[in-house]
Design a protein around this ligand. Structure first.
Ligand SMILES: N[C@@H](CCC(=O)N[C@@H](CS)C(=O)NCC(=O)O)C(=O)O
Length: 217
């Protein structure tokens, strides 16, 4: 059995989740970056959706970040899910919830007009507020134990931190619980190793070349 190979895109938060879990589980893996906007032919043949991340396990494509996470958790025990089925179910639901937040972050980064930016920022803050309501001012989502919700949310913490540094926009101003939780995520070694060192520069470059409104206000 050869090493699993993760196909990623440098700025993709969903792929960052997979890298983070592979590192948390100490799995030896190969990492290959592509640009899904200009995919190589081999990737088009491997990926049923054309999206990253894809985990290539001996030629079988496991796709969708939440499914990749479940596969890695099952095949590399112990599970980081809570054992109680109800808590596990609510954790999975909050993993889903975090996925929509990435869409709002992306729209905030790419909005060209100030009015449109205000609308997407309000949507983003509303979603973050919903997550803040269920966070408990504890180190991680479930308390002391690092879980799948932490895996799913860590790339949000990284992107909001970059946005704050580059533009001054603080999406967490009304989210005290998320501030505690996200600070713990940002301090974790595996989280720091889950994204490329030039992520901030790449995102800043994208905002500049797009003439994004968020850079002007
Ligand atoms: N639901 C998917 C979303 C993955 C996704 O949207 N990936 C983006 C990059 S961040 C992509 O590959 N986009 C290319 C496309 O839509 O063709 C997951 O969780 O894995």
């Amino acid at each position: 059995m050869s090493k699993p190979r993760l196909i990623s895109f440098k700025i993709c938060p969903f792929a960052q989740r997979s890298v983070l879990l592979l590192k948390e589980k100490n799995v030896d893996f190969d990492l290959e970056f592509i640009n899904p906007e200009e995919p190589p032919l081999w990737f088009t043949e491997l990926s049923p959706t054309g999206k990253v991340p894809v985990l290539d396990v001996n030629g079988t494509a496991v796709f969708e970040s939440a499914v990749i996470a479940e596969y890695l958790d099952e095949t590399n025990p112990p599970s980081i899910h809570p054992s109680d089925p109800l808590q596990k179910a609510t954790n999975r639901a909050w993993v889903e919830y975090t996925s929509d937040i990435y869409v709002s972050i992306f729209k905030s980064i790419m909005a060209k007009e100030e009015a449109g930016l205000k609308t997407v920022q309000a949507e983003l803050e509303d979603q973050l507020g919903g997550l803040d309501d269920v966070a408990n001012n504890t180190p991680f989502f479930n308390g002391e134990n690092f879980s799948m919700v932490d895996i799913a949310a860590a790339p949000i913490a990284v992107r909001l931190d970059i946005l704050k540094n580059v533009t001054g926009y603080d999406a967490l101003v009304d989210c005290p619980n998320l501030r505690t939780w996200f600070a713990n995520l940002l301090a974790r070694e595996t989280v720091q190793a889950s994204y490329v060192p030039d992520l901030k520069d790449i995102l800043t470059g994208r905002m500049k070349s797009n003439e994004s409104a968020i850079l002007k206000i």
